[in-house]
Design a protein around this ligand. Structure first.
Ligand SMILES: [Zn+2]
Length: 141
């Protein structure tokens, strides 16, 4: 299908699917990404505060099944918490990088990460091919 589509209409298609990124100056683009990162950070911090709501009772359960279920919940809670911290760190790092010329550069191949990817994930540290390569490697271990 893509082979039969003339390049002209393809570029018009891209304009329709990416109205926010097309024609933006580099500076406006960065301001937009910074806003997106700050918004994400605010949402994560709100989640973080919710995490401080009373936890389930920590006293041991008489029934081992109840205890196991409680332990499972606790583990899940810490996993979510760890992921949240990791994500927050990445956002903070991206916000710092935005002030430099290094923002939007893949940490593995050092090529520019496409705008389309940064629009979806402003804290992206790798381009899609490098990410796929690393996931493939991790999967084999
Ligand atoms: Zn890369």
């Amino acid at each position: 299908m893509a082979l039969t589509t003339p390049p002209k209409s393809r570029s018009r298609q891209a304009k329709v699917s990416l109205p926010d990124t097309h024609g933006w100056s580099q500076e406006a683009r960065r301001a937009q990404l910074r806003e997106a990162l700050i918004r994400q950070r605010a949402l994560l911090l709100a989640d973080w505060k919710l995490g401080f709501l009373p936890l389930t009772d920590r006293t041991p359960f008489a029934d081992p099944a109840d205890q196991a279920s409680n332990d499972f919940e606790q583990n899940l809670f810490f996993q979510v918490r760890t992921r949240l911290v990791t994500k927050l760190k990445r956002i903070e790092h991206a916000l710092l990088l935005l002030r430099t010329k290094h923002y939007g550069t893949c940490r593995r191949c050092h090529k520019a990460i496409p705008d389309e990817r940064l629009a979806v994930q402003p804290d992206a540290r790798f381009c899609v091919p490098c990410l796929a390569w690393m996931e493939n490697r991790a999967g084999r271990n």
